[in-house]
Write a protein that binds this ligand. Structure first.
Ligand SMILES: [Zn+2]
Length: 285
């Protein structure tokens, strides 16, 4: 089993990092978690056959996680995908996919279906809105989901929060566990996801020294886990390898030093192996 970190950035454009996308490959199966900016270009760079991608697990509906979902749907089809592409995600993932296929790219799909019939016509998308619990068990691998905390506590209206579900996923195969935190701060759902994981791919947005000022203090508390908490989370879960991702775009000159600082911060709380995620890095599990 192999993890490929396709995108290790966030919402803001970063010349060195694409947005959130993590691939787990098991033989010729390529299971994708999130589809942020640049995901398909990174697939090509990583040498992944585009028609073999799927299913896709969406953690939540911020654009740095689903911005290129249309690209996955369309380019897997153009590359020769013969079967429906299955997408799992929190409630309203179906609504988003429906909008993309019937209201945004409906003309593109019709143009290619009718004008370029050698593609064999549109290959549909199968969407499943999911909540916490077991999601899929193929016999070869299984995935379960947990609800995580990403923005609760920011004072968003209850009517909005009722529609805002963020998930993390736990992928199990060959006796190994890979946990994908999704965007979250420390919470019970993340603890359950990470429990005993061989690898935890964990959001870690800021070094301790960067958590300064009202905006970043609120962010570290309610929105994205940072270097002050992720080591503790991984240590109490007994994680073996902690992969730190979802990096903030930083000035070129400061980036490496701040990444090293993050590793140092986290290393004070965590005794396992720490990996600073970089785009296209591969991790054997
Ligand atoms: Zn994000």
């Amino acid at each position: 089993m192999k993890i490929t970190l396709l995108g290790t950035g966030g919402p803001r454009p970063d010349p060195r990092r694409m947005a959130a996308a993590t691939l787990i490959s098991l033989g010729d199966e390529h299971v994708l978690f999130d589809a942020g900016r640049g995901v398909m270009v990174q697939m090509v760079r990583a040498g992944i056959p585009l028609d073999r991608i799927g299913p896709v697990f969406v953690t939540h509906h911020h654009f740095d996680h689903i911005g290129d979902l249309f690209d996955v749907m369309l380019n897997t089809w153009i590359a020769g995908r013969k079967t429906p592409l299955t997408i799992y995600g929190p409630p309203e993932t179906g609504r988003i996919v429906e909008a993309l296929t019937t209201r945004v790219y409906d003309k593109d799909i019709a143009w290619r279906s009718l004008g370029e019939p050698t593609f064999g016509g549109w290959r549909p998308i199968e969407v499943h809105d999911v909540v916490a619990g077991p999601v899929v068990d193929t016999g070869r691998w299984k995935v379960s989901a947990e609800v995580v905390r990403h923005g609760e506590g920011l004072g968003l209206p209850p009517a909005f929060l009722a529609r805002w579900t963020c998930l993390g996923y736990r992928f199990e195969a060959e006796g190994k566990v890979v946990a994908i935190s999704g965007d979250t701060v420390a919470c019970d759902g993340l603890d359950r996801l990470a429990k005993g994981a061989d690898v935890l791919v964990q959001v870690c947005f800021l070094a301790r020294s960067e958590i300064r000022g009202r905006h970043f203090e609120r962010l570290a508390e309610h929105t994205l886990a940072c270097a002050d908490t992720v080591g503790k989370i991984a240590e109490r879960a007994g994680v073996k390898t902690l992969v730190l991702t979802h990096h903030r775009p930083r000035p070129e000159a400061a980036d490496e030093a701040l990444l090293a600082e993050i590793a140092e911060d986290v290393g004070r709380d965590f005794s396992g192996r720490i990996v600073l995620a970089r785009d296209l890095m591969e991790i054997e599990v």
